[in-house]
Design a protein around this ligand. Structure first.
Ligand code: NAD
Length: 474
């Protein structure tokens, strides 16, 4: 199928294109230019999308799972077949450079194919000549997916693939900051899936509110900020919607004194700054043992100076801009606060007036634990380095947050590093690596970083109800 990725953005409702009287603008964050007009869904259009998903549910859920799996795998094939266009559009609307766009788009294709291999087993807890007790998993109905702007395609696929494989239908809304790739994804699968199985609607936050309060929607799968997650949790109570919430994080990285400083510095740099640190699991507080603090700080700064920040569409760019003005202003405010409070910058800190939402790689030297750059999730390239000299103390500091998304521990003595990792209260703790995800590995946040799991069979199960069948044949 031939699709023009760079114009004519429409929603997908009931298997057809849906334009809208109202539109909103999408920007290229590297140039601040308007790149497209995206449909701003009316309430009637959301109603039509939910009604279409509801109509499609009986037939879709009744289809053999093998057929649903095959179609979800085909979504992966279609993404891969259009990877070049997806990557170019992703860079244009999100800002990320080529390498990051490749990771996201090819990752999305892999996710579709791998999730398509998953199936939830029937659990038989008793089986005799006279009695059988089994628990099986049944789809929920219409699912609402709501996604953020940092990984718009991959995070949509993390929801679409398991929801559809499990037998649900869906209405998905991308972030108003990055609607374009998701709208094209909808267009791409219009002819592949039966009408109504996957509806893509775009609009502002109010559209999200309509979704979370809709009585025909049975579950919300949300990725975004903790603040919005809290609102969604409240809104979902109306008809006791199931919810999966993947929220914010303030991930600690703990660097033990026996690391190879130079080698680890480079890995830590990317742990913190990948995707210009607009990453829920970016290392956001870097705790470094006092014995190596100065050396590691120097290596990090030296490495950071080799990294090129710029327009993601230009060759040689390593880190792109901040995705939108709201986040850009937030980061400028955080930098101003750091300056007002006399924090010491080892690198960066100054935003220029040039076009584009560019924040330089900024590294701050051992700020107080209660400073905003430590306590808040920056969601941008501002990294505090923090000194420690006792393990119990650093673990307490690492855990002293309402977040609990992920963490990492770095050290040559694996047993010692593992002991530290086991004491961190987070959904994922990496030792000597970071940001490795798999469709077959559970991912989810502790504390206010979220509720529920994505990926693995646990993630698939979140798109189902358990149904226990007790049959007495005596
Ligand atoms: P956000 O919460 O502002 O918005 C996310 C989505 O929610 C958007 O589509 C938005 O339109 C919608 N929305 C906003 N208000 C709503 C409401 N009241 N009801 C329903 N929907 C509403 O988040 P963001 O700024 O787009 O994303 C950044 C945040 O996402 C960061 O905190 C980051 O850590 C988090 N994040 C978490 C994960 C994870 O897997 N845990 C992954 C990526 C990003």
């Amino acid at each position: 199928m031939s699709i023009d990725f760079f114009s004519n953005y429409t929603m997908s409702i009931d298997g057809a294109a849906a334009a809208s009287a109202a539109t909103f603008e999408a920007f290229n964050p590297a140039t601040e230019e308007v790149i497209a007009a995206a449909p701003d869904a009316s309430r009637e259009q959301l109603e039509a999308a939910v009604a279409a998903a509801k109509r499609a549910f009986p037939a879709w859920s009744a289809r053999p799972i093998a057929e649903r799996q095959a179609l979800v795998a085909r979504i992966g094939d279609l993404i891969e077949a259009h990877a070049e266009d997806f990557m170019r559009l992703l860079t244009r609307e999100q800002g990320k450079p080529r390498k990051g766009a490749e990771w996201e788009i090819f990752g999305s294709a892999i996710w579709c194919r791998e999730i398509a291999k998953q199936e939830l087993p029937v659990h038989i807890s008793e089986e005799s000549q006279t009695r059988r007790v089994e628990t099986r998993r049944e789809p929920l109905g219409v699912i609402a997916g709501i996604t953020p702007w940092n990984f718009p395609v991959l995070l949509a696929i993390w929801k679409i693939a398991p929801a559809l494989v499990a037998g649900n239908t869906m209405v998905l809304k991308p972030s108003p900051y990055t609607p374009l790739c998701t709208l094209k994804l909808g267009e791409l699968v219009r002819e592949l899936l039966p009408p109504g199985v996957l509806n893509i609607v775009s609009g502002g936050n109010e559209l999200g509110v309509w979704m979370t309060t809709h009585s025909d929607i049975r579950k919300i799968s949300f990725t975004g900020s903790t603040e919005t997650g809290r609102k969604i949790m409240a809104a979902a109570s109306g008809n006791i919607k199931r919810i999966t919430l993947e929220l914010g994080g303030n991930d600690p990285a703990i660097v033990l004194p026996d690391v190879d400083v130079k080698e680890t510095a480079e890995k830590l740099f990317w742990a913190a700054f990948q995707n210009s640190a607009q990453f829920c699991v970016a290392a956001k507080r870097l705790y470094i043992h006092a014995d190596i603090y100065d050396d590691l700080a120097a290596e990090l700064v030296a490495y950071a100076k080799t990294v090129k920040v710029g327009d993601g569409s230009l060759q040689g760019t390593d880190l792109g801009p901040i995705q939108n003005r709201m986040q850009f202003e937030k980061l400028k405010n955080l930098l101003a606060d750091a300056k007002t409070n006399g924090l010491r910058f080892l690198l960066g800190g100054d935003v220029t007036d040039a076009k584009g939402f560019f924040v330089p790689v900024t590294i701050i030297d051992n700020p107080p634990e209660n400073s905003r750059v430590v306590a808040e999730e920056a969601f941008g390239p501002i990294l505090p380095l923090l000194k420690f000299d006792d393990i119990d103390g650093v673990i307490a500091r690492a855990n002293d947050t309402e977040y609990g998304l992920a963490a990492s521990v770095w050290g040559k003595d694996i047993k010692a590093a593992r002991r530290v990792a086991e004491r961190i209260d987070a959904g994922t703790v990496w030792v000597n690596e970071v940001h490795t995800f798999s469709p077959h590995v559970a991912f989810g946040g502790h504390k206010q970083s979220g509720l529920g799991i994505e990926n693995a069979l646990e993630g698939l199960a979140e798109y189902t109800n358990a149904k226990t069948l007790v049959v007495n044949a005596a």
